[in-house]
Design a protein around this ligand. Structure first.
Ligand code: F0G
Length: 458
């Protein structure tokens, strides 16, 4: 049989959501009205929304059918047991504790293991993880391998944790470290995967020092697909078997089901330790709900249970990762610098390098994001000086990098949407030299990227 080269969307579309097509003129007015902050837009004024891959998945017919099966009993709902079975089928932890989304699982975990003086190492903490750690007075320590800091380094596992620095931290200040974490894939580092070998070595070091290893598993299936494609000896194994290996080495996990569970809401905390689980359930009852629903409706638990079966489908994962790789290749050909290799859930554009005439404190990432919206109605997310440049004392510094994240919702957009995105970039490239920076005219004391208002310069 001939092997076809075209990697198609491995699904048909049964329900559609119309996209309202706006004109550049309308979009210019809208930008002015929201102070050039894309978070202020109404999403029906966006043509292609790449703000996040979180909670934006299209659910399958089977998931919607499961929604109808959802049982809304306060305690002991069969929906919970289907959810628990589906989680344990992939991640064999003794206790599975549902939460309304990932950060709720983090808040519960760190309310127990965090606290002043504690250190929590990871490859790179996602910002809600860091926020929940810091809210307890503990310190979040990022120990990703140095290759992760070079956007052109083609290392296959740029999400790996630096094992030497982890070992050193545990030797020097082990008594301050309650747990070791790993984020798969490493979102903050560009959606880069962690190898099975690195997970194994991390688990071994953590065990030797008597520390539990907790995986932030948000994009576990994409991570497993990269392991299958890139790690020696893994190519013939199923993604499901790889996922089981990843988690069998850990002592627990936090999860946002809004990513690799195809759900629009949900999450969980899972652990093996009985004492930790008991403390977590007590906290859960206080903040989320009874342990068999934890801040979710029974129907959400059923949607997650089905989604977990679908996410490890290798045809889906091949198409998923290929979409981002395709966009990355086209942008590279246009001379648009992107973080390589392209990550699992998003393409990260290096706006500082693309717009060298705009200094970091005039926000090249924001300038690029604004022009993608103005020219094509595309909403992306600045991950740079706007997001990270504001210090608690009110001063401002340039972030390490000025990136723009094009995050792909799961099963939502098609090939022609990807081609349209590339075409919008062609227009941006033509106007590159005329793009100007912005200045901030008002901002809140923290997390300014959500509500700051800007004004274009020049
Ligand atoms: N961990 C990682 C690696 C994440 O990417 C996120 C969310 C969370 C934890 C928190 O999960 O949103 O369900 O509370 N990331 C989203 C994003 C918001 O756009 O990358 P949550």
């Amino acid at each position: 049989m001939p092997a076809m080269k075209t990697i198609i969307e491995p699904f048909r579309i049964k329900v559609v959501e119309p996209i309202r097509l706006t004109t550049p003129e309308e979009r210019r007015n809208l930008l002015e009205a929201v102070g050039w902050n894309l978070f202020g837009l109404h999403s029906d004024d966006v043509i292609i929304d790449l703000l996040t891959d979180s909670g934006t998945s299209a659910m399958s017919a089977e998931q919607w059918a499961a929604v109808m099966r959802g049982d809304e009993s306060y305690a002991g709902s069969p929906s919970f047991y289907r959810f628990e079975t589906a989680v344990r089928d992939l991640m064999p932890f003794r206790h599975v504790i549902p939460t309304h989304q990932g950060r709720a699982a983090e808040a519960i975990l760190f309310s127990i293991v965090g606290g002043p003086g504690r250190l929590i190492p990871s490859n790179t903490h996602f910002d809600t993880t860091r926020g929940n750690i810091e809210a307890t007075g503990a310190e979040a320590v990022d120990l990703v391998v140095r290759e992760a800091h070079d956007p052109d380094d083609l290392h296959p596992f740029k999400g790996n944790i630096d094992l030497e620095r982890l070992e050193r931290l545990l030797l020097d200040s082990g008594e301050r470290v309650p747990i070791v974490m790993l984020t798969v894939t490493n979102n903050a580092g560009g959606g880069q995967p962690v190898s099975l070998e690195n997970i194994r070595a991390t688990a071994e070091i953590a065990r030797r020092h008597g520390k539990p290893l907790i995986i932030d598993g948000c994009r576990f299936a994409e991570n497993a697909w990269f392991i299958k494609c890139r790690e020696p000896g893994q190519g013939a194994r199923s993604v499901k078997a790889i996922v089981r290996d990843m988690f069998a080495m850990a002592d627990g996990m936090t999860m946002s089901a809004k990513k690799d569970a195809f759900a629009n809401i949900g999450g969980w905390l899972a652990v093996n330790d009985d004492t930790l689980a008991a403390a977590a359930r007590n906290r859960l009852i206080l903040t989320e709900g009874f342990p068999t629903y934890g801040g979710l409706a029974g129907r959400d638990l059923d949607a997650i249970a089905v989604g977990l079966g679908e996410i490890v489908d290798e045809q889906y994962l091949r198409y998923r990762v290929r979409t981002n790789e395709y966009i990355g290749e086209k942008l590279t050909a246009l001379g648009v610098p992107v973080v390589r290799p392209v990550g699992g859930h998003a393409v990260f554009v290096d706006a500082r390098r693309f717009l060298p005439h705009i200094p970091p404190l005039e926000y090249p990432g924001q300038s690029l994001a604004v022009s993608l919206y103005e020219l094509g109605g595309i909403r992306a997310c600045e991950i740079g000086t706007v997001m990270f440049g504001q210090k608690p004392d009110g001063t401002e510094v340039a972030a390490d990098m000025d990136l723009v994240r094009l995050a792909m919702p799961r099963r939502v957009y098609t090939q022609s949407h990807a081609d349209y995105l590339v075409e919008v970039f062609e227009e941006v490239v033509l106007r590159r030299e005329s793009l100007r920076g912005l200045r901030i005219v008002s901002q809140p004391p923290q997390l300014r990227h959500f509500t700051a208002r800007f004004e274009p310069l020049g």
